[in-house]
Write a protein that binds this ligand. Structure first.
Ligand code: A5P
Length: 239
């Protein structure tokens, strides 16, 4: 029985990986020579970064990447993608990134990997944002995935009380070793187990009004296209 269970789990993981690869491959078709690219974070965005490395090598294209996390910067360097600081570009042509949930109108929850702040800045600076995902990310309503809220460590307890008052059920993110998780900006993350989020815009406004919150993982009006693979099918969704 245990073996059957493991085999079923393995098959599900393999299928998810294949879906991520299909979505990433489609997104890379939007890349052109000379582009400045926002490089997302997470397992799906990593696949796109590797494909971009191959594309640049094969075609001899000159693209530059703005990474959204230290991990993505390291991967981009490994696959030979030239990097540039966001401060050194006037604009980003195209960002390819993953998501934790994709809801109606391409409202997103992001930040499961902790990179929400840079991801949101780079998305906002981009002419086009393409979200790539496996089929498990598509939801009818946001909220089953815990909403990450990045906080300045100084303000954590205060913000936690405010989030609890909003019945968002915040939990401080820890590392696997039980240490307090720190973002690339050395901030902390409160994951909000809020359940269904019927009004993402309203919640986004409430969160933005709390001092000490640096950023939250609701990405609203930022995605221009989502590419979602379901088995062999690859669908492109617009807001
Ligand atoms: C990183 O902080 C996140 O926003 C990721 O984009 C998101 O968690 C998706 O990650 P996976 O592609 O690994 O599911």
């Amino acid at each position: 029985m245990a073996d059957d269970h493991d085999a079923a789990e393995d098959a599900e993981l393999t299928e998810k990986l294949t879906e991520k690869e299909r979505a990433a491959a489609r997104a890379v078709e939007f890349v052109r020579d000379g582009m400045t690219l926002g490089l997302g974070s997470g397992s799906t965005a990593n696949i796109a970064v590797r494909l971009l490395g191959e594309l640049v090598r094969q075609k001899g294209w000159h693209v530059r990447g703005v990474p959204t996390s230290f991990l993505t910067a390291a991967l981009a360097a490994e696959v030979g993608l030239p990097l540039i600081e966001l401060n050194d570009v006037a604009r980003v042509d195209l960002t390819i990134d993953g998501a934790d949930e994709i809801g109606p109108g391409l409202a997103l929850i992001k930040g499961g990997g902790g990179a929400l702040l840079r991801e949101k800045i780079v998305a906002a600076a981009s002419d086009t944002v393409i979200i790539i995902a496996d089929s498990s990310k598509l939801v009818a309503q946001l909220g089953a995935f815990p909403l990450p809220v990045e906080v300045v460590p100084f303000a954590r307890a205060f913000v936690e009380r405010r989030l609890s008052a909003l019945e968002l059920n915040p939990k401080l993110r820890l590392t696997r070793d039980g240490a307090v998780y720190r973002t690339d900006q050395d901030n902390e993350i409160l994951d909000c187990h809020a359940g269904a989020i019927p009004d993402p815009e309203g919640l986004g406004r409430e969160l933005a009004a709390i001092p000490g919150i640096v950023e939250h993982g609701l990405f609203l009006g930022l995605a221009h296209r989502a590419i979602v693979a379901t088995g062999p099918d690859v669908r492109e969704l617009l807001p």
